[in-house]
Ligand binder design. Structure first.
Ligand SMILES: [Fe+2]
Length: 144
């Protein structure tokens, strides 16, 4: 499986958001390396799944708070996209953790496909709304 490549056309132009997105690529690339090596260590994978779910939670909250603050008109639809994706990742993670079903490839495909199209289509739409002045730039774990 090829590495997940970050490209310039994925830049939103708001530092905290672009850094979050790049972190998703890093997490996903770590999972791709594990999958490619074939050395499946459940504890390591579970740790990555936990990090991934926490990142999703914090990053989506960061975006949604900024959308609300800037009165972004497509907030509800955008939030719905987030909720559907979040649930799919949670469900796959749960399958792996509870039932020991190998979901790694499905999860990697889900993240890579969803993230690239979500950034290019949905996130790009809020570019004129979310700015450095209305975003909560603290670390993801501090967003509430
Ligand atoms: Fe988003």
């Amino acid at each position: 499986m090829d590495e997940f490549k970050w490209t310039e056309d994925l830049m939103i132009g708001v530092k905290a958001i672009d850094e979050d997105h790049q972190s998703f690529f890093d997490i996903c690339n770590n999972l791709i390396h594990i999958e490619n090596k074939g050395e499946i260590d459940r504890l390591v994978i579970i740790s990555y799944l936990n990090i991934l779910n926490e990142y999703i939670e914090g990053h989506f909250l960061r975006e949604e708070k900024a959308m609300k603050k800037s009165n972004y008109p497509h907030y509800a639809g955008h939030r719905h996209h987030h909720e559907v994706f979040k649930k799919r990742v949670e469900d796959l993670s749960k399958l792996y953790i509870d039932e020991k079903i190998d979901i790694l490839q499905d999860l990697i495909h889900l993240i890579t496909n969803w993230l690239i199209s979500h950034i290019k289509i949905e996130d790009m739409k809020y570019r004129n709304w979310i700015t450095e002045s209305n975003i909560d730039s603290r670390h993801l774990y501090m967003i509430d």
